[in-house]
Design a protein around this ligand. Structure first.
Ligand SMILES: N[C@@H](CCC(=O)N[C@@H](CS)C(=O)NCC(=O)O)C(=O)O
Length: 216
């Protein structure tokens, strides 16, 4: 079995890091320095032509996109570990939340992050993404991103109604989503109007594997 994990600290790769920590799956870790342009170097582009982390290579097969990686690791390692459902409706429910979090929630969060001042401009919030031209930022883009995030959080809050975790029992769907929601909570978004989300996020943070990661 060979599994390589390409990552950068404080990036989307933290989600895969949390998934691997929950699974306890051994892997070779390859740390990339985003500010040094490591993701744009030819050797890495051969593995992931998008030049992004997270990326894993399992048994020689490169897999990119955090949502695909979580679902793949869940399928291969998570079913026996009771962290990912076997094929069937519950598997579909897990995939629904994981895909949704990338396509809807993280998309809006990315716009919000891009709309906030960057660190080099003295940002108060640690958004630090210098990938949007300041001329493209606007107050209306920021407000629209916040409104879209609020819609997503309301959907997540509804999905958690009467449940401890998204599928009832804790699963890698929770591991995956808590990463994005945790990131959002570091930006100018209050989770207070979404009590099911705040309670769930706290329960996720009490998972031993995640608590250990957060403690550094
Ligand atoms: N949709 C991708 C997003 C990955 C992504 O944007 N990664 C950023 C770090 S948060 C990256 O690798 N950036 C490197 C670069 O742009 O050179 C996923 O979910 O895996």
């Amino acid at each position: 079995m060979s599994l390589t994990f390409y990552y950068a600290p404080m990036s989307t790769a933290s989600i895969t890091e949390a998934v691997l920590a929950e699974l306890g799956t051994p892997c070779e870790r390859m740390k990339l320095d985003l500010s040094a342009g490591d993701t744009r170097k030819p050797d890495f582009l051969k593995v992931n032509p998008n030049g992004r982390v997270p990326t894993i290579v399992h048994e020689g097969m490169p897999i990119w996109e955090s949502s695909a990686i979580t679902m793949y690791l869940g399928e291969v390692f998570g079913v026996d570990a009771k962290l990912y459902p076997a094929p069937g409706p519950k598997r579909g429910e897990a995939m629904k939340w994981i895909a949704w979090s990338n396509v809807m929630l993280a998309e809006a969060a990315g716009r919000l992050s891009a709309s906030l001042p960057t660190n080099s401009e003295g940002a108060v919030q640690p958004n630090s993404l210098d990938w949007v031209d300041p001329d493209q930022r606007s107050a209306s883009a920021l407000e629209k991103a916040k409104a879209d995030i609020a819609v997503c959080l309301k959907i997540l809050d509804g999905g958690l109604e009467g449940k401890s975790f998204l599928l009832g029992e804790y699963s890698l769907a929770d591991t995956h989503l808590q990463g994005f929601v945790g990131w959002i909570s570091t930006m100018e978004v209050s989770l207070a109007p979404f009590p099911n989300v705040t309670g769930w996020l706290k329960r996720c943070s009490e998972r031993p594997a995640l608590a250990k990661l957060m403690a550094g």
